[in-house]
Write a protein that binds this ligand. Structure first.
Ligand code: KG4
Ligand code: ZN
Length: 345
């Protein structure tokens, strides 16, 4: 298929998203539209994502979001070559809404359907944003995942490290909740951290120095809770200092894990001239974390590819793009493709 155009649908968590991506003549990919509707307000009162509310909100919003994605792209379904939808991992109710909608469009228009793994969408996003070559390293840090992946090729991944307890975004969200900051926690912790002193509270740097590339954040979370309880009632300054100290601990831990991963990549691929570390996942939006990673990459001679924030957090363009690569490789799926709450890459 040359210059294929793919409609992508993403409904695995609390974003209803659809996008259109097209292969360009120069080999790169072009995002024709990327529409994301966040359900933050629907879940705000609960301090986290409520699966049943999420599924119902996807049902209500998805048709309009797909229409908006086609409209923004300036095309109709007649110009679409395949429909891709996230079928896992994620919340099953939302996955069903996206998968059924994608399959229905594919069936009605006689188009191929591509069942996409959400993690593959994140893993390939540096190729969407910067057209980089395989293989490369990817640091995926989101609300549900903290992983270091070797991306060798399409569908060909090696997980070098993962979290043994909480995901990094989850740790940010729990920290926010503990400090009575609004949901979603990550951006609010970052805002408070900007006003705080990162050296005031001595929090642990979990896993730092360990040879294996895994993460752990629950000990850090507990240390933060104990520090907060010891200071209660907390002033605004205390909260800012706790956020800054927490964020610094996260950035330092991530930098340590990343340094080791870059060294291992060098050993494994000594002949690759311009090695790349890509970032994906919502925590990739954090400026302190980006700065820490940029420093590690500079020292190790890696290029850091940090896609625009809209491609780091959950979106339909990364799903459309993964669908495009799969379509080009002849990897389409039947309309029986199931949804899966758990689906490691
Ligand atoms: O990738 P994403 O949009 O959704 C998935 O989890 O798949 O990531 C959302 C996560 C949330 O935990 C959110 O708190 C975190 O990313 N996050 C941040 C920032 N922006 C979003 N964490 C730290 N600093 C940020 N600026
Ligand atoms: Zn995600």
């Amino acid at each position: 298929t040359t210059a294929a155009t793919v409609l992508g649908i993403e409904t695995s968590c609390d974003e209803t998203a659809a996008a259109v991506v097209r292969r360009r003549a120069d080999g790169g990919a072009e995002i024709l539209s990327n529409v994301v509707l966040s359900q933050i307000e629907e879940h705000a009162a609960f301090g986290g994502v409520v699966p049943e509310i999420a599924a119902r909100a996807h049902v209500e919003a998805l048709d309009g979001i797909v229409r908006a994605a086609l409209g923004d792209a300036g095309i109709t379904l007649g110009a679409v070559d395949a429909v891709a939808a996230t079928v896992g991992p994620g919340l099953v109710g939302g996955l069903l809404v996206g998968a059924m909608t994608g399959k229905a469009i594919a069936a009605a228009r006689g188009l191929p359907f591509v069942a996409v793994n959400h993690l593959e969408g994140h893993a390939l996003s540096p190729r969407l944003s910067d057209n980089i070559a395989y293989p490369y390293l990817l640091l995926l840090v989101s609300g549900g995942h903290s992983q270091i992946l070797l991306v060798r090729g399409l569908g060909d991944y090696e997980r070098w490290g993962t979290t043994i307890d909480d995901a990094l975004g989850e740790a940010f969200d729990k920290t926010a909740k503990l400090l009575s900051l609004p949901h979603p926690g990550g951006p609010n912790v970052e805002i408070m951290a900007a006003k705080g002193d990162p050296t005031r509270f001595a929090l642990p740097r979990p896993m730092k120095g360990e040879a294996r590339l895994d993460f752990s954040f629950s000990g850090l979370k507990t240390a933060l809770r104990l520090a907060a309880e010891a200071k209660a009632p907390l002033s605004d300054e205390d909260v800012a200092d706790l956020c800054a100290s927490f964020q610094a601990a996260c950035a330092e831990t991530l930098a340590d894990r990343t340094r080791r991963a870059l060294a291992r990549f060098r050993e494994r691929f000594p002949d690759i001239a311009g090695p790349v570390l890509g970032i994906a996942g919502g925590v990739g939006a954090n400026k302190a974390i980006r700065a820490a990673l940029a420093k590690e990459c500079e020292t190790a001679g890696f290029r850091l590819v940090a896609p625009p924030l809209k491609l780091c957090s959950d979106n339909g363009a990364m799903i459309a793009y993964a669908g495009l690569e799969r379509l080009e490789a002849g990897l389409t799926d039947s309309l029986d493709a199931p949804v899966r709450s758990r689906w490691p890459l």
